[in-house]
Design a protein around this ligand. Structure first.
Ligand code: NA7
Length: 540
């Protein structure tokens, strides 16, 4: 313990991204003594880091922004239906400045450890600088996709050119013109970056292990007049999002897949394919998520679209997923992604046929070829949802490590608290609904719930809040049941906790990291818990 007086806070919020910004706003308004600790040197979280070319929302911008301030809604003009990263950062800065939140944030403050002190009923936190703080409550806003996972190929460190994960895309401009660029990974990130840089680089090599389904984003500018209409409709927009299973304005079609003819379904899909964003997924028939025959028919339709757009039929086949149905993994949205493969400078390297053997000093060696490269971009994903917790040495009651408790997968009550770790409250935590919906909508609901709990604790003079072990077990069972109901249960992606670059997260080992029931049902459940005086929690 250092000589000087240790800093004591009522609440420490970890992370100054979309969740942490709103969380600190609510706590400040409540008059709570709170501070945000942010590991990075600025706010913005995912939007601060993911500055690779092509990074943008795939939620409609006006459904992504915060809903809490009428003034903010009146002032802010979203310029594109799906706003790009630089604009998103301007927005988050605008919010932080408008509400004077920056003075409650400390940057370059990475939490290395937090240990529960049962006697004091406080968390003792240690930053990687060695500095210590103590807090009654810790609210984690640490990001579901904040721990990038580069591949574990031999020789990665030997490469003499530039190489980085998309999450670490440098702030300074990266030369692309005339260069030989390799992109490894074809998830939502790879698909954005590939489509954006295909016509800017010399040669582009796409290293694809498994293709993903992807459909058009259908982005467009938002004019002053349209923005005025959106502003007038904000109440309705947020009410629609709150009512929909995924937190979007797109509402599932309930006519019944099998009540329509094949021709009627195709006509409907033709219309959805032209619509913006996740309409093709969220406004589709609900049967596509659980009924294999329905899903197969839709997948075949989308495959047909890919065949239409890619000139070379062999390449088209390689870009069509054969191992999972449409919408059973996170759906990437694209802008002229498939057309990129019609360019002479874009080369698809199918790793299922010619796997990468190693990275060399000058490029990538596959089982067939050595490909010379100037720049390698790893779009290889994240240690999703639990990864950011694993980075902190979190010790609960009896010194138990959270990483141990969650070794085979997380276990929480509604993604908000976890037994054995009192006073740690999670916004968008594992097994909450956030991972599977329009993030900020779920985040706002989560922050509001957490803030009410903190207010309740202050009111009642509570110093210890812990999830009940049985209530937690029941929630984990509910999370599993929701998985079992949908085809997604068999897919390999971060929704099911798969990541080939992380030990123990291999294919076939499902980690129940997110709740896939409808968002309104989830929200009703946590609101009911609050209304009933939190029977699933031990309050003391
Ligand atoms: P994802 O969706 O996890 O995609 C990662 C991609 O990288 C995927 O195509 C993987 O192929 C591929 N990958 C991962 N490791 C390797 C190795 N070692 N070799 C070759 N290819 C590899 O991450 P994203 O960043 O695209 O998206 C994450 C979320 O960020 C996204 O859903 C948005 O919400 C924002 P695989 O399928 O595993 O064979």
């Amino acid at each position: 313990m250092p000589e000087r007086q240790q800093e004591q806070r009522e609440v420490v919020v970890i992370g100054a991204g979309v969740a942490g910004i709103y969380q600190i706003k609510r706590l400040v308004d409540l008059g709570v003594d709170a501070i945000v600790l942010e590991a990075d040197d600025d706010l913005g979280g995912t939007w601060y880091r993911n500055r690779y070319p092509g990074a943008r929302f795939d939620s409609e911008s006006y459904t992504y922004g915060y809903s809490f301030s009428q003034e903010l809604l009146d002032e802010w003009h979203w310029k594109e239906r799906f706003s790009p990263q630089p604009e998103n950062m301007r927005y988050l800065h605008y919010v932080a400045d408008k509400f004077d939140l920056r003075r409650h944030m400390r940057f370059n403050a990475r939490v290395a450890a937090m240990h529960w002190d049962e006697r004091a009923r406080r968390w003792q936190l240690e930053l990687d600088s060695g500095e210590r703080l103590s807090a009654r409550f810790v609210i984690s806003c640490i990001g579901a996709l904040s721990i990038p996972t580069p591949p574990r190929y031999d020789g990665v460190d030997d490469f003499q050119g530039q190489a980085f994960h998309t999450y670490w895309w440098p702030k300074e401009p990266v030369a692309l013109e005339g260069r030989r660029v390799g992109v490894i990974g074809t998830g939502a990130t790879g698909i954005q970056v590939i489509a954006e840089i295909a016509n800017k680089v010399g040669e582009l090599y796409v290293f694809q292990r498994r293709p993903n389904w992807s459909t058009p984003l259908n982005n467009a500018p938002i004019s002053e007049a349209e923005m005025a209409e959106i502003r007038a409709r904000y109440d309705e927009i947020f009410a629609n999002c709150a009512d929909s299973p995924g937190g979007f304005e797109h509402v599932p079609d309930r006519r019944g897949f099998w009540n329509l003819t094949h021709e009627e379904r195709v006509a409907f899909w033709d219309e959805l394919y032209r619509q913006p964003g996740f309409a093709i997924l969220q406004a589709n028939f609900i049967e596509i998520f659980a009924d294999e025959a329905a899903n197969r028919e839709l997948s075949e339709y989308i495959a047909g679209r890919i065949r239409e757009r890619v000139h070379d039929p062999e390449i088209a086949e390689k870009l069509i997923p054969k191992d999972h149905g449409f919408g059973t993994q996170r759906l990437p949205l694209e802008t002229r992604y498939f057309e990129a493969y019609n360019r002479d400078n874009v080369h698809l390297v199918d790793l299922s046929e010619t796997p990468i053997e190693r990275v060399t000093r000058t490029g990538i060696q596959t089982s067939e070829d050595h490909i010379e490269l100037d720049l390698i971009v790893f779009a290889t994903g994240f240690n999703a949802i639990t990864g950011a917790f694993d980075q902190i040495d979190v010790r609960g009651t009896d010194g138990r490590a959270l990483a141990d408790k969650w070794r085979d997968g997380p276990s929480t009550w509604c993604g908000l608290l976890t037994h054995g770790f009192p006073n740690l409250i999670m916004v968008a935590g594992p097994q909450s609904v956030s991972g599977s919906t329009n993030y900020p909508r779920a985040i706002e609901a989560g922050v509001d719930w957490v803030t009410d709990l903190v207010a309740h604790a202050m009111d009642q003079g509570l110093t210890r809040i812990e999830a009940d072990a049985d209530a937690e077990r029941a929630w984990v069972e509910e999370v599993k049941r929701a998985h079992e109901r949908i085809l997604l249960r068999r897919s390999q992606g971060w929704f099911t906790g798969y990541n080939s670059n992380v030990e123990g997260h291999e294919a076939g080992k499902v980690r129940y990291v997110a709740y896939f029931g409808p968002a309104p049902k989830y929200r009703a459940r946590i609101q009911a818990a609050a209304a009933e005086g939190y029977p699933q929690l031990h309050l003391d």
